[in-house]
Design a protein around this ligand. Sequence first.
Ligand SMILES: [Zn+2]
Length: 96
Amino acid sequence: MNIKDLVNRVRANLGKKQELPNEAVLGFLRVLENLPAEELTCDEIYAQLDEYVEHEARNHDAAHLMPLIRDHLDLCPECCEEYEVLLDVVKKTDEK
Ligand SMILES: [Zn+2]
């Protein structure tokens, strides 16, 4: 979907009386566009991180089972650090 087409459609719907600045329309559309495609937030990752680590610790293919988590960990150093700490804890717990 082309942003320019969308802007034109929004403008057409608004009618010619009401001028809307391009920036405002574009900003609004960007928000709409970004929402459905948005990746998991750190909170959502964190909520599933223990499950992911559990798989990892049992030598399951965690990256295959929970690819969204894997993707996020690759991109987010904070969650990756959290993951490593958790993995360490789980592995030590399993050794006992
Ligand atoms: Zn994160």
